[in-house]
Design a protein around this ligand. Structure first.
Ligand SMILES: NC(=O)C1=CN([C@@H]2O[C@H](COP(=O)(O)OP(=O)(O)OC[C@H]3O[C@@H](n4cnc5c(N)ncnc54)[C@H](OP(=O)(O)O)[C@@H]3O)[C@@H](O)[C@H]2O)C=CC1
Ligand SMILES: O=C(CO)COP(=O)(O)O
Length: 334
């Protein structure tokens, strides 16, 4: 039986691995679970996730683990970092192993594909009202975090003690700054909507548009995010922080973003399937575009950029026509 750990990270893709490295680098015994036992054996033998983060060596206190039961029982605090489309599934799998004092955080960015709900609602439906929940969101490319490059993030929780203790585990005065925030809804929406806008920014760049268009998309994308956020009960000022403006700028402007690269490939005329295959990792914005479309419709929120991205992805609209549709909208006050 694996000994107790300070925290267990579930999901050994690029971001789960990077967060586990950051936690272990802070000196905390950290378990890292993958759903594929053969991957766990490779991670343990190579002390590195060569597929996603080949330059980041695991600190000694990072322990790959194949048993879901063991990782859930070994630590009070669980950090889920799986793609949003398997979030609910993994919660159902881990539920039977939860301790009485378990607390759950996630760094997944997205919504529930089946319902378009916030992941917080999914967690509540599956795990009940009692378990403390927390969310991490903000501008954090896995590779830079894993390399110990300076990074800042926001953390919100349903439980102030959990928020503080999780921030204490993650925060590193030399490289990883954790801001506490009390807007769980805002943090979750920021992480989902920025993926869609980043696809839009990639599309614009793929079409050969310039810095003016990209910056207009970021700025008006922020307005769309704020509108949806306020309609769902988030605080408007959250979106001027790490999980709003911060993550929008990061993912819309840097080619480390898979969502941006996906948009770039589509703008250059590649098909959805080819673009996805070339990236070979999760592109959350593809599903998020449909979920945000659903959510905006349900709450009657106008989100023209997200709507055009949706139409390109799901209704076969040509990217140039989508750009024209945005430019030819009625003039209005900012
Ligand atoms: N990468 C980044 O820089 C950042 C990512 N995020 C968010 O983190 C989340 C995870 O993304 P990321 O790590 O980048 O994704 P990756 O594409 O790097 O990896 C996804 C991982 O999830 C695993 N996985 C797939 N299905 C399951 C399942 N049913 N149970 C358990 N694990 C599963 C995959 O395993 P397999 O290969 O076997 O399918 C793979 O290891 C996303 O929501 C993303 O938006 C947030 C901030 C930064
Ligand atoms: O969320 C991210 C950085 O904050 C990662 O963005 P991508 O999923 O677009 O790569």
């Amino acid at each position: 039986m694996t000994q107790d750990a300070a925290i267990s990270v579930l999901g050994a893709g690029s971001y789960g691995t990077a967060l586990a490295i950051a936690l272990a680098r802070n000196g905390h015994r950290t378990l890292l679970w993958s759903h594929r036992p053969e991957q766990v054996a490779t991670l343990a033998a190579e002390r590195c996730n060569k597929v996603f983060l080949p330059d980041a060596v695991f600190p000694d206190s990072l322990i790959p683990e194949a048993s879901l039961e063991r990782v859930v029982k070994a630590s009070r605090d669980l950090l889920l970092v799986v793609p949003s489309h398997v979030f609910a599934d993994v919660l159902k799998q881990l539920k039977p192993f939860l301790r009485k004092d378990s607390r759950l955080a996630w760094a997944t960015k997205g919504l529930d594909p089946a319902s378009g709900q916030l992941l917080q609602q999914v967690a509540r439906e599956i795990l009940g009202e009692r378990i403390p929940l927390a969310v991490l969101s903000g501008p954090t490319f896995a590779k830079e975090l894993a390399m110990g490059l300076p990074t800042a993030i926001s953390l919100a929780s349903t439980d102030a003690k959990f928020a503080k203790e999780l921030a204490d585990l993650l925060h590193c005065g030399r490289s990883f700054r954790v801001y506490l925030n009390d807007d769980m809804v805002g943090l979750q929406l920021g992480g989902a909507v920025k993926n869609v806008i980043a696809i839009g920014a990639g599309l614009a760049d793929g079409l050969g548009f310039g810095a003016n268009a990209r910056t207009a998309l970021i700025t008006r994308g922020l307005v769309e995010l704020q509108r949806l956020g306020v309609a769902l009960g988030a605080e408007q000022e959250t979106f001027m922080g790490m999980a709003g403006l911060g993550d929008l700028v990061l993912t819309c402007t840097d080619n480390q973003s898979r969502n941006r690269r996906f948009g770039l490939a589509l703008g250059q005329g590649k098909s959805v399937d080819t673009a996805m295959a070339e990236i070979g990792q999760v592109v959350e914005g593809y599903r998020n575009a449909a979920e945000v479309h659903q959510l905006a419709g349900r709450h009657r929120v106008e989100m023209p950029i997200c709507e055009q991205v949706y139409q390109v992805l799901y209704e076969g609209k040509n990217a140039k026509e989508a750009a024209l549709a945005l430019l030819s909208r009625d003039r209005k006050a900012e």
